[in-house]
Design a protein around this ligand. Structure first.
Ligand SMILES: C[S@@+](CC[C@H](N)C(=O)[O-])C[C@H]1O[C@@H](n2cnc3c(N)ncnc32)[C@H](O)[C@@H]1O
Length: 369
């Protein structure tokens, strides 16, 4: 396992493939965009690095093998030859996820059973490993071509470990990081989320600004593999710690009208180690004061428009749109919402998914369309 090159795949939310290619590029890894992810090659170093540093990805898979399988005995024989021993100890619980399209083998439960029987046979006598979590194995059949992959991440990568308190409708951390990437925020201009909720966007902005690796504070599944290289992981962590920068002063503003949302945002920022980089303000967006010099504003305000009401009663989406035209026109803005915000200057920067619905990332700049 030590020096082998693997076929690796970073799964990501649809719409963030290009952001992930760019992320890999900044780690010195060349990635090929595919629908829902990025294919790349690498050894354990690249596998650990991408898990540690990917802000936009969801999980990293290692491809164990690809072969044709037209019947169950054939599937069993091929699955038996896969290098299971590098990833799974005998007796470890495994969870098989199967998809099959346009293939002779269609029955997912039977496919899962066959692959698991081969895995158990290949690993030999069982020893029980209590409380070690499940190893996810993915089996995909497409026109009789079977691909077997193993998950290296464990908990999804958006779970950085800093979310202590939830508020309604939080953004996934990797979606927030993806919004920042799509809006071209690199940490060197002011940032404001006027409807910050639990603070995901400002926290991701602060992590980016201080170059903190998002996976520094969590565990990964690959740490349980028999071939885990502890020394290599420690080396990557030390390198990451050296790359952290102290940005000096705060240019990131998290605001919300709701007191409990701000409490959550502050607690989460503290857990992420970036509390000092963010200013928190309890304010309605209708009266929020921001730096007139401008920067990037980004939010997922509550959905829904209410028309023809005075400023105080307008939806936050309408208020932001109005204030951009009036007193915030040195700011750029990105809003994640299904409906086009009112007024001119908006373009769709990406089609994304949030909480099960399709949403646009609407981008605005003064004079833009
Ligand atoms: C969908 S949530 C934002 C979730 C957030 N991005 C997160 O990751 O947790 C919308 C937020 O907008 C806030 N909000 C609603 N109306 C507001 C207003 N007029 N001014 C400021 N904040 C407002 C709500 O309190 C809520 O926290």
């Amino acid at each position: 396992l030590k020096n082998r090159q693997h076929d690796l795949f970073l799964i990501c939310p649809p719409g963030l493939e290009a952001c992930c290619v760019a992320e890999l590029g900044s780690l010195g890894v060349q990635g090929e965009p595919r629908q829902g992810g990025v294919a790349f090659q690498g050894g354990l170093r690249e596998l650990y690095l991408v898990n540690l540093w990917s802000r936009c990805g969801s999980r990293v898979l290692v491809r164990l093998g690809e072969f044709r399988a037209k019947d169950f005995p054939g599937l069993y024989r091929k699955a038996l030859q896969l290098p299971w021993g590098s990833y799974v100890r005998p007796g470890w619980p495994v969870k098989l996820r199967v998809t099959s399209h346009r293939s002779r083998l269609m029955h997912s439960d039977r496919i899962a059973e066959t692959v698991e029987t081969a895995l158990r046979q290949a690993l030999g006598p069982q020893e029980s490993v209590p409380g070690d979590g499940e190893q996810v194995v993915l089996v995909r059949l497409e026109e009789d071509a079977c691909t077997v992959s193993i998950d290296s991440s464990g908990e999804l990568l958006h779970r950085r470990g800093y979310r202590q308190i939830m508020t309604p409708a939080p953004l996934r951390e990797n979606l927030a990081a993806g919004m920042l990437s799509l809006l071209g925020w690199h940490g060197d201009e002011a940032f404001c989320d006027p409807c910050c909720g639990s603070g995901t966007l400002p926290i991701e902005a602060a992590l980016l600004r201080s170059n903190l690796a998002p996976g520094m504070r969590r565990e990964f599944r690959f740490m349980r593999w028999p071939g885990f290289r502890h020394g290599l992981w420690q080396q990557l962590l030390s390198e990451a710690a050296r790359k952290t920068v102290d940005p000096g002063f705060g240019i990131i503003l998290a605001a919300d009208k709701d007191e409990s949302a701000l409490e959550a945002a502050r607690a989460n920022a503290r857990a992420a180690g970036v509390e000092e980089l963010v200013s928190f303000r309890q304010e309605d967006v209708a009266v929020l004061e921001v730096n007139p010099a401008g920067g990037l504003m980004a939010a997922n305000p509550p959905y829904g428009l209410r028309l023809d009401l005075p400023l105080r009663q307008l939806s936050p989406l309408q208020v932001v749109a109005q204030r951009l035209q009036a007193d915030w026109n040195r700011w750029r803005c990105g809003l994640l919402t299904p409906e086009r915000p009112p007024g001119g200057g908006w373009r769709s920067a990406a089609l994304l998914h949030n909480g099960g619905i399709t949403v646009n990332l609407w981008a605005w700049r003064a004079g833009g369309e």
